[in-house]
Structures are given as structure tokens and as C-alpha cells.
Ligand binder design. Structure first.
Ligand code: F7E
Length: 345
């Protein structure tokens, strides 16, 4: 009998990568898509067209009854909770919705499993995040955050995720659930939404090359992120649920780069060297050869509190799970720009 997996957040970046991986491994894959959608709704149709093998289930993370019904009908062997309000900047604008979905939504999924009497048989994965660390100086960013580093979230999103992290650990300790948390550092790729900085840059670079756009407007160029490829990270999620015991694991690359560096490498992919001029909000990035302004600062993209640096230490996942990544940082930028050059043409 094929194993059954239920994925919340099926329409998101990681949902797509994970569904494909589990389908290839022979799973029966079920995906939760937000409630009240008609089968003709564009989001429903898009997921169905791309992943015809996914059985779509209508439910919302804020709706315990719909989640319980889904879990009772499917009786999944594994549940992957990937759904969230996931944009850090947006979470400052809608902190209450973020708390309901990204925080309390985790409890709803755990309760749906427990109320269905499946807490001893269904394995659970929670998408925890490096945003829980917050990147403050005392918190050893030079060494890289591992599973024991201190948490100090710097956004409503990070705070909500920290609740999801701890309630998952609590259900593990209270009810003996096989419930694991993957503390994932930024993971990007061709499926990333254009509201996140890497995809915004790769898409804009492609459009500039194709003459469809003049320049990119960005916020803080100096924050540093540990960026990996999302396709590599979903393999780590699956491995966590195959262990005899549940646990928490950091997935990261162990390298950190600025937004500025991402821009430079992305433009190099289309044969442009960027030269920086000015400082602060007046800084610009020029095409060294033509002198044309290609990057400007727009303070609208600054956040009320910023995570200046994120760097992860994936040693535990590498040794205990045998997890490895295939795509390095320049490879990631190249893959994204090449994809967008084709997609935008
Ligand atoms: O920002 C800076 C921004 O929105 C990265 C989510 O998946 O990873 C992601 O969160 C950095 C920040 O991702 C723009 O200020 C500059 O310092 O791509 P981002 P994020 O906030 O790191 C973590 C691990 C998650 O869990 C989240 O769900 O880039 N930045 N200029 C900008 N960011 C955006 N979005 N847009 C700009 O124009």
C-alpha cells in the first residue's frame, strides 16, 4: 500500500517541490488548498495542471473543523505543515492574521491529528524558520546558528513561527507524537514568489535584458542571508520524518551573502558589471559600461526591524540525516536568472 502524505501550503514554493518528490517516491499525495475555491478557480486550476497527481482538499489553516475532516478522511501517514503567511515584510502590516495562520494554524493541524486519534501513527513536519533566531550580535552569527542557538525573532512572522515551533515540540513531549521541526534558512529557486528579494532580482534582471524594464527598486542591500535551493531542502524535510525518533534540524548552506552580492552575480549572468555609487537611500547601482542606473533604493522596502545577518550550521542534518545540497550560491543565482530569461521572453 502506498504511503499517504498530506501537505498544507501545496500552492506555495515548497509545496510544489515536496509534492513532486513524494510522488516520485510512490506516495499518494494530498494537498490542502485554501477553502471556498471552486474547481474552476485559477489557483486551483494552476495547481491541478502542474501537479495532476495531487489530490486537492479544501481547507483553511484557521479552520479546525475542515482540517479535522481532511485528516479523518485521508488518515495520512505523514503531514507536512508548510502553509503560512510567509512574507516577513507583510507580517508587519497584518500581524494578527499572521499570528492566526502562521502561529495558531500549526496548533489546528496538530489538534486535527490528535482529535482524529492519529497522534501515535501520523508523523508531522513543521516548517520552522531561521527568522526565529533574529540575527542579533550576542547570538553567535559568526559561528552559524545550530539547533541550540538562542531565539530572538524580529518580526510578527518570526514570533508566530516560534509559537508553531514550540507547540510542535510540546505535542512531541506531551503526546509522544513523531513531530519534527525543520529550521530552514532561506531557500529559493524558480518557484519562489516575486515578492521575495531573490526572485524579484532574477525576474527584474531578465526583464531588463529583454528591454521590458528599466531598473530595480530595492530596500536594504546590506542584510546577509544563507541562501540555498528549495529543491534540495524538501529532501531534508522528508528525511526528518523517516527517522526512528522525531527531532529538530537546521537546513542551511553554512555561507552568507548580501543582497548586493546577489545583484552583482545576477547582472553578471547577462553580461553586466555593476558599479555602486553614493550611500544610504541615495545609493545606486550602475552598469559600469554604459553608466545607466539599474538599481535604486526605495525606502518603502525597509522593514521596521531587520534581521541583519543569517548564517546556519547544518552539521546535525548532514551527519544524522545524510542530507546534502546539490546547488551552490552562484549555481542558484544562475538557475533563477536562466529560468526567468525563458519565462519572460
Ligand atoms: O528578504 C531584504 C530584506 O523577503 C530578504 C521567507 O521565506 O526567508 C524568507 O524571509 C532580505 C531582507 O526574505 C528587498 O529586507 C531588500 O533583509 O527575500 P526576503 P526573508 O525576509 O529573509 C525566511 C527564512 C522565511 O522563513 C520567510 O518565510 O532582503 N530586501 N530589498 C528586500 N526584501 C524584499 N522582499 N524586497 C525587496 O525589495
Amino acid at each position: 500500500m502506498a504511503k499517504k502524505a498530506l501537505i498544507t501550503g501545496i500552492a506555495g514554493q515548497d509545496g510544489g517541490h515536496l509534492a513532486k518528490l513524494l510522488h516520485e517516491k510512490g506516495y499518494e499525495v494530498y494537498g490542502v488548498i485554501r477553502g471556498q475555491l471552486e474547481a474552476s478557480h485559477p489557483r486551483y486550476v494552476a495547481v491541478k495542471e502542474e501537479m495532476p497527481y495531487v489530490n486537492l482538499v479544501m481547507a483553511d489553516l484557521t479552520d479546525l473543523s475542515a482540517l479535522t475532516r481532511a485528516v479523518q478522511e485521508i488518515k495520512p501517514d505523514e503531514v507536512y505543515n508548510l502553509a503560512a503567511i510567509s512574507h516577513v515584510g507583510y507580517s508587519f502590516r497584518d500581524p494578527i492574521l499572521t499570528a492566526d495562520v502562521t502561529g495558531k494554524g500549526v496548533l489546528n493541524v496538530l489538534e486535527a491529528i490528535r482529535l482524529s486519534g492519529l497522534e501515535k501513527t501520523t508523523r508531522f513536519y513543521q516548517a520552522s524558520t531561521s527568522e526565529m533566531f533574529g540575527g542579533l550580535d550576542y547570538n553567535r552569527p559568526d559561528k552559524g546558528y545550530d539547533e541550540d542557538a538562542l531565539f530572538h525573532p524580529r518580526s510578527p512572522y518570526g514570533v508566530a513561527k516560534l509559537y508553531g515551533h514550540w507547540i510542535t515540540k510540546n505535542y512531541r513531549e506531551s503526546y509522544g507524537m513523531h513531530a519534527s521541526c525543520g529550521i530552514l534558512f532561506n531557500h529559493e529557486g524558480e518557484r519562489r514568489g516575486p515578492e521575495f528579494v531573490t526572485r524579484k532580482i532574477s525576474k527584474s534582471v531578465a526583464r531588463i535584458k529583454l528591454g521590458l524594464q528599466e531598473c530595480i527598486e530595492l530596500g536594504n542591500l546590506d542584510s546577509k542571508r544563507d541562501w540555498g535551493y528549495a529543491g534540495d531542502y524538501v529532501e531534508g524535510m522528508w528525511r526528518m520524518l523517516q527517522q526512528d525518533e522525531p527531532g529538530d534540524y537546521v537546513l542551511a548552506t553554512g555561507e552568507t551573502h548580501t543582497i548586493r552580492e546577489f545583484c552583482e552575480i545576477a547582472f553578471r549572468e547577462i553580461g553586466i558589471e555593476i558599479e555602486w555609487q553614493g550611500e544610504g537611500p541615495g545609493e545606486i547601482g550602475l552598469d559600469k559600461a554604459s553608466g545607466k542606473t539599474l538599481i535604486k533604493i526605495n525606502p518603502d522596502f525597509f522593514r521596521p526591524a531587520e534581521v541583519d545577518i543569517l548564517l546556519g550550521d547544518p552539521t546535525k542534518a548532514e551527519t544524522a540525516l545524510g542530507w546534502e545540497r546539490k546547488v551552490d550560491f552562484p549555481g542558484l543565482v544562475k538557475l533563477m536568472v536562466e529560468h526567468d530569461l525563458k519565462a519572460e521572453a
